[in-house]
Write a new protein. Structure first.
Length: 212
């Protein structure tokens, strides 16, 4: 590899002399011809890709997203796709890491504590530049651990309630928005679309998140 990189700087008329030095003074004409036919295309490739290698690289930024639910949730899949599309247009090269608290599947407090501790260990030597917390549990996770484990890292939150967004522990490192759940208005919209409806079934789970 060193020889190929060095040869990329050698003028074409001198390549034959250089090849003879590499192969030895007694190298035959056929041997030099075969080596030349191998080296010349490689040199061409090196010269072809040289501008790309010298192109200015984007500065790297590391972003971690903590989701309330897992990848099986359609809402999570939609949000993840939109977030990635937004960062694709960034002036930075964004390293995006998606993590899931899975509160519907692992709603036991002991399980959740283990999950949170594993994420703290995971990023203790690889600090992100930004944390996105989507959902009540991810925001609470940041409230509980930000000062000790993610100090000075800005946090953007969403998908939570107004009382939680007004938590006194949310200092200047936190910014975001909350959701207002209005089932009555949702039902009104559904009845405008289907005015003949007489029965409505609400499908939900038994976890704390679903009950809320």
């Amino acid at each position: 590899m060193f020889v190929l990189v060095w040869l990329a700087r050698v003028p074409a008329p001198k390549i034959s002399r250089v090849l003879r030095l590499i192969c030895g003074k007694n190298a035959g004409r056929n041997e030099l011809s075969r080596l030349r036919s191998l080296v010349i295309p490689i040199l061409g490739s090196c010269l072809l890709f040289q501008p790309a290698a010298n192109a200015q690289l984007k500065p790297v930024r590391r972003v971690v997203i903590f989701y309330e639910l897992g990848v099986s949730s359609p809402a999570v899949a939609l949000m993840d796709r939109e977030i990635r599309a937004t960062f694709d247009a960034s002036r930075y090269q964004v390293e995006l890491y998606a993590e899931y608290l899975e509160t519907t599947l692992f709603n036991d407090p002991t399980d959740q504590q283990r999950i949170r501790e594993s994420y703290i260990r995971k990023y203790q030597n690889r600090k992100p530049d930004l944390i996105i917390a989507l959902g009540p549990s991810p925001l609470q996770f940041m409230v509980d651990s930000h000062e000790k484990s993610f100090a000075d890292i800005p946090v953007v939150f969403g998908g939570t309630s107004e009382p939680q967004a007004d938590h006194p522990m949310l200092d200047s490192h936190f910014t975001g928005c909350w959701e207002i759940f209005e089932p009555a208005r949702t039902l009104d919209a559904a009845l405008r679309l289907q005015p003949g409806s007489r029965h409505v079934v609400v499908v939900g789970g038994t976890s704390a998140f679903d009950k809320h």
